[in-house]
Design a protein around this ligand. Structure first.
Ligand code: GLU
Length: 445
């Protein structure tokens, strides 16, 4: 059996787009699943639009996702090979030089190269869509090079794929209309026709083609927002491919094991940010607490000023709530900020839930709670703390007891429940905070 060879041929003319990542991933999965090879080719022949910084971003981004290849080249390195094959086709009478008026300057003539189009019907089999037939007559003798040293895109792609021995061309649906021209060039060159698989378009939530207007389209924006590469890979794999069954969580290695082009869908694949967020949260939860914190630090070194022990104790709360690391960061300076900074409670809020004799009752509750907390073992977990406090709260009124407790601990109207706060803060700090509130009550008569 011949070795499967796929290709990842991005054009470095823009940022690392989600669509580029999805296509690269499918080429990677298909090749690795079949013990094949992957050829990376930077299609940098558009000199005005190609930029080194985009190429770097795409390469770094693919590596960040874990996508690797076996061969690397740049299309611009193949110019002399393109020229040699243009000359060969001309010598064989399969292409010809045509002297034409320059499009940019009508006083000049240019020598462009056109393919002699036999003008026949071409049918190719698409692994995703079945047979596709085109009548190529109307393409006429289309241009394949602006000059012998400037092959056009279709010619360059066909030569490069042929030279790399590409067996499978897996690309976006917008490549379908390019295929008949490329097959005509292959036939003129005597190249073997690769198998084709055109992946469904990625649509935004309004069913339009995913574009900048639909939200972030650069993979790096997702990285900077605190998405995990595992989550992006997992989510991208499900964009147009169906693993069959209910399972949704796949690592890159697991995807390699199960991937098949047979399960690629024809219809457009919808981008759904909420789904991506929940996939990301599941991958975030799989991290150890230390790894979790490293990821938050990667997006903001500011958290180095936070108390490390408290931070580690807060990770379970973050795992429960945050769907990205930037959400986690916002929580640390929002509803979880009270863990790191002692609160400044206000007298009227402390007793706001109370009816008559509010101050006296609140004072009594807080004093009782202090003795209950004092009686706890050190490092008691939230459920033990809850069992110690709840009977009292049930007897005296949950709101009356738990509100001032939570507020005394946090100084915030929104915060985690008081039992979790006591667990994280520890006995001493909790008692200290409640005493501060008691002093406020007493001094504000
Ligand atoms: N360089 C092309 C692109 O980025 C690749 C097209 C192809 O796969 O043939 O769209």
């Amino acid at each position: 059996m011949t070795t499967v060879i796929t290709r990842i041929p991005p054009s470095p003319t823009g940022r690392f787009h989600i669509g580029t990542a999805r296509t690269a991933l499918f080429n990677y999965l298909f090749a690795r699943h079949n013990n094949g090879r992957i050829v990376f080719r930077s299609e940098d022949t558009d000199k005005t639009r190609s930029k080194k910084e985009y190429e770097d971003e795409i390469i770094n981004g693919l590596h960040w996702l874990g996508i690797t290849w076996d061969e690397f080249s740049r299309q611009s390195e193949h110019t002399s090979r393109h020229r040699a094959l243009l000359e060969k086709l001309i010598n064989e009478g399969k292409a010809y030089i045509s002297k034409e008026q320059s499009k940019n300057d009508s006083s000049k003539t240019v020598e462009i190269v056109r393919l002699k189009n036999p003008g026949k019907e071409i049918t190719f089999n698409d692994i995703v869509r079945g047979d596709i037939t085109f009548d190529t007559t109307e393409l006429g003798d289309f241009v394949i090079a602006r000059s012998l040293d400037d092959a056009l895109y279709h010619f360059a792609v066909v030569v490069d794929d042929m030279d790399a021995g590409v067996t499978h061309v897996i690309r976006g649906e917008d490549g379908i209309s390019n295929t008949p021209r490329q097959i005509l060039i292959q036939e003129a060159l005597g190249a073997k026709r690769p198998a084709y698989a055109h992946l469904p378009l990625i649509l935004d939530e309004k069913r339009a083609k995913l574009s900048k207007r639909s939200g972030a389209t650069s993979v790096m924006d997702y990285r900077d927002e605190g998405f995990l590469p595992e989550a992006i890979v997992n989510y991208l794999a499900l964009l147009g491919w169906n693993p069959g069954g209910d399972r949704e969580d796949f690592s890159l290695t697991e995807l390699v094991d199960v991937f098949s082009l047979d399960n690629v869908q024809k219809g457009g694949a919808s981008w759904n940010r909420d789904k991506l967020l929940s996939v990301n949260q599941r991958w975030m939860r799989k991290l150890s607490d230390t790894e979790y914190l490293v990821n938050i630090k990667n997006i903001s070194p500011n958290i180095n000023s936070f108390d490390e022990t408290l931070l580690t104790k807060t990770v379970p709360l973050l795992k429960e709530r945050a769907r990205t690391f930037s959400e986690a960061l916002d929580m640390l300076s929002g509803e979880l900020a009270c863990i790191f900074t002692p609160p400044k409670p206000e007298h009227d809020i402390l007793i706001s839930k109370e009816p008559d004799n509010a101050r006296g009752a609140t004072q009594r509750h807080l004093e009782t709670l202090i003795s209950k907390i004092d009686s706890l073992p050190n490092e008691a977990p939230a459920d033990i703390i809850k069992t110690t406090i709840m009977p009292y709260a049930d007897k005296e009124g949950r709101g009356e007891v738990l509100w001032p407790l939570r507020y005394a601990l946090s100084g915030q109207k929104r915060s985690p429940d008081p039992f979790t706060l006591i667990e994280i803060l520890g006995k001493d700090e909790s008692v200290k905070r409640i005493n501060t509130s008691l002093a406020i009550l007493v001094n504000n008569e």
